[in-house]
Ligand binder design. Structure first.
Ligand code: COA
Length: 367
């Protein structure tokens, strides 16, 4: 049975920074309170024209470059997002087109802030069964588009960004070793974006009552998160056949520093074992774990052979964890760089659209 190795990684965040002081001009809040209660100092906000797909495609190209994998070699793209470009088509399909991954299947996965864990697990299991060889997993969010900047309960938390991993099959032991996924839909109301779906389609009422914004019961979410983080981490460790003492690094969902500290207490592990970068990006939902992983690699905290757990929780309610033995690229450097494919991907998309148009014009089409 092949192993599923993480062989490429990349992250992209918008340039625009929204600081706590900026927020204090928009709602009744202040830098000291936000830092004390959440640990967040600033977050990134997507500019006009930046979307979950554009950020995702950018992160994907970076991940492919690290892995030395061409877009045409990708078999499957899973985009985890709670802020898709549309209800459909899937954001994963827009990314597939943007990067020119012409041989890949593509779909979105929605498990909110736990989504990257779920998506990584799905991709890894597809590789483990031999069904595919190469997968691209993307976590991408522009939650600022669904955030009410008059609601101080939520607007202090969220930021935009994207992270991507390439997963490849290899006979060498390592990669994604153990995983757990959990859910409890009875807590769905604690964190939701109520309108825009089939229960509350867009209407004047949904618009005027702010139902297209994120709604949250912060205290309940906090209680839930502190309860599940340590437990899910230990489950993933057990499933991978490791002992808790062997665990070297934990990359938790970046929601709130106090939640991560509670997990550290629950696990009886020092905070030094946890990757925390929420001070600079806020809660980027499903993108937070891959962004934190990329920074952990860049700072040398995650190296070939490191035993790590990625653990997340979020709306649904959902939570889950993955035990990963970090690999790094598994194929030798190649002469063709994946990022050189960027202009070809654009050209390819343009030509396909043009051909479709010409075909319609010259030969007509029956619906
Ligand atoms: N700025 C300043 N003061 C604020 C504030 C803000 N943004 N929000 C609330 N307050 C004040 C309240 O008025 C209250 O004041 P009082 O004690 O004088 O009445 C006090 O702070 C506590 O308010 P409360 O709403 O009870 O805050 P809390 O302790 O629940 O903390 C969160 C709020 C959002 C920081 C916390 O609930 C949390 O982090 N929850 C988890 C959210 C999360 O991670 N969501 C994403 C999951 S993926």
């Amino acid at each position: 049975m092949p192993y599923a190795h993480i062989t490429g990684w990349g992250m992209t965040v918008p340039r625009k920074i929204l600081t706590n002081d900026d927020l204090s001009k928009m709602v009744e809040t202040n830098d000291a309170w936000i830092r004390e209660m959440t640990g967040i100092r600033e977050r990134r906000i997507a500019a006009e024209g930046e979307t979950s797909a554009t950020l995702g495609a950018d992160a994907a190209f970076k991940a492919l470059s690290v892995a030395g994998v061409l877009p045409t070699e990708v078999d499957l793209i899973i985009c985890s997002t709670s802020s898709p470009e549309h209800i459909f088509p899937a954001t994963a399909c827009l990314i597939q087109d943007a990067i020119g991954a012409s041989n890949a299947g593509a779909f979105d996965l929605l498990a909110a802030c736990s989504g990257f864990i779920y998506a990584l697990n799905m991709a890894a299991q597809s590789i483990r069964t031999g069904s595919i060889k190469t997968a691209l997993v993307i976590g991408s969010e522009t939650l600022s588009r669904f955030t009410n900047y008059k609601d101080r309960n939520t607007c202090i938390l969220f930021g935009d960004g994207s992270g991507a991993f390439v997963l490849q099959a290899s006979e060498k032991p390592g990669g994604v070793m153990g995983s757990v996924m959990h859910s409890d839909g009875s807590g769905g109301d604690f964190l939701s974006l109520p309108a825009g779906g089939s229960r509350h389609p867009a209407s004047e009422v949904t618009l005027h009552t702010g139902m297209h914004f994120i709604h949250m019961d912060g205290k309940e979410v906090f209680r839930f998160a502190t309860r599940v983080m340590a437990q899910a981490t230990l489950e993933a460790v057990e499933k991978s056949g490791w002992k808790a003492e062997e665990l070297e690094l934990i990359v938790p969902h970046q929601a709130n520093r106090r939640i991560i500290e509670a997990a550290a207490r629950g696990l009886k592990m020092p905070m030094e074992k946890f990757v925390v970068n929420l001070d600079r990006y806020g809660n980027t939902s499903t993108a937070s774990i891959p962004i934190a992983v990329v920074e952990a690699v860049q700072t040398g905290r995650l190296k070939s052979g490191t035993k790590a757990v990625f653990v997340g929780f979020g709306a649904g309610l959902t939570w889950g964890a993955l035990a990963v033995e970090w690999s790094g690229p598994i194929q030798p450097e190649r002469a063709i760089r994946p990022e050189w494919y960027r202009p070809f991907a654009r050209l390819r998309s343009f030509v396909r659209r043009l051909l479709r148009l010409l075909e319609g014009l010259f030969f007509g089409r029956e619906l």
